[in-house]
Design a binder for this molecule. Structure first.
Ligand code: ZN
Length: 170
């Protein structure tokens, strides 16, 4: 039994930073879900990559324009749960304009945050840090990583010189 229970003492004025952060994260996720960034089809796309997560029914389609090794433009559309769609929106903000090596590094950081959560988020992941709460739920991790896996497929297609790729998560 803890000290507060033994004494009957509880301090309701005590701030609860964890709960406030959860609320902030929830609002960020909903904001991206309702107003997804880079939510557009690019008529001049070099690569179209589609991803499907059958566990949850999430779909993402992304259109990519490359300038050499740089992802010059990305458009992301899709449907599914708020985690999957917010992840695609947040990702688009972070990866547009970056080169492929940097995108792979960021993808590694994001994957690490989701699969080996330690309560911290790398600073360069932007709003994506809001998704770290989903790391507690194995099924939601697939929702969160779908966009990144699909982007990785798209980049691989670009490197192979092919234009269209479709992924279905196992
Ligand atoms: Zn989902």
């Amino acid at each position: 039994m803890g000290w507060a229970q033994r004494t009957g003492y509880s301090d309701v004025r005590q701030p609860q930073p964890e709960l406030e952060l959860d609320e902030l994260y929830r609002e960020l996720i909903l904001d991206h879900y309702k107003s997804p960034r880079h939510h557009t089809k690019l008529a001049h796309a070099d690569v179209v990559a589609e991803g499907y997560n059958p566990v949850c029914g999430d779909e993402v389609e992304m259109e990519l324009v490359f300038a050499g090794d740089t992802l010059a433009e990305i458009g992301v559309i899709g449907r599914g749960c708020s985690i999957s769609q917010a992840s695609g929106s947040m990702m688009s903000e972070v990866v547009q304009g970056k080169d492929i090596a940097e995108i792979r590094r960021l993808s590694g950081e994001f994957t690490r945050m989701m699969t080996e959560p330690d309560g911290t988020a790398p600073a360069d992941l932007g709003d994506l840090e809001a998704l770290q709460g989903a790391a507690k739920f194995a099924a939601r991790v697939k929702c969160a990583t779908l966009a990144w896996h699909t982007l990785a497929d798209g980049i691989a297609q670009h490197e192979k010189g092919d234009g269209v790729v479709r992924r279905e998560e196992a």
